[in-house]
Ligand binder design. Structure first.
Ligand SMILES: [Cu+2]
Length: 170
């Protein structure tokens, strides 16, 4: 737990100096700040996920990220497998993240028809479009588990969410 809070602080403070965004739960594949515009996972190599998978509940779990842009159209996708190259399952409809701070979904429920079973590996991809159209990418690698515990205590209590659906803006 001590280790987790230190890494959390590191991610948050890094994000304030370099803009972009960090995914703190499930823990992101790695620091992508220098290459975050690289599809599909911000330029962070998949091999890192071999030692960096978060256990996530089989029916879905929490997502926590720290944006630093005032607003960004945001997409959350899932790809099934050990070494994912296509993250083509939408698990959160596109939304406009507004305001900075820690942004959370306490539980993203996975579609039932995916046939997910305990022990499957997958990757979650978060995409943010900045005001000038740049796309920023991050991935977090997970193993779906029946007994996965949630995010470390305290992470969800600091969430500041402001969402406007695209459909209401248009
Ligand atoms: Cu940025």
């Amino acid at each position: 737990m001590q280790f987790l809070s230190v890494t959390l602080l590191t991610a948050v403070s890094a994000s304030t100096v370099s803009a972009h965004f960090a995914v703190i739960y499930p823990y992101w594949r790695g620091n992508s700040y220098p290459t975050q515009w690289t599809y599909p996972c911000g330029g962070v190599n998949q091999s890192i996920s071999d030692t960096n998978r978060t256990a996530w509940p089989v029916d879905g779990g929490a997502l926590v990220f720290t944006p630093t842009h005032d607003h960004a159209q945001t997409f959350v996708n899932l790809g099934m497998g050990n070494n994912v190259t296509r993250l083509n399952i939408t698990i959160v409809p596109t939304f406009n993240q507004t305001g900075n701070g820690t942004f959370c979904f306490p539980k993203i429920t996975l579609p039932k028809d995916l046939g997910i079973k305990a022990g499957d590996n997958a990757s979650i991809q978060v995409i943010q479009l900045t005001v000038n159209g740049d796309a920023l990418y991050n991935c977090a690698d997970i193993t779906l588990k029946a007994d996965a515990v949630g995010p470390p205590e305290g992470i969800l209590s600091g969430c500041i969410n402001t969402v406007r659906r695209m459909s209401k803006e248009n």
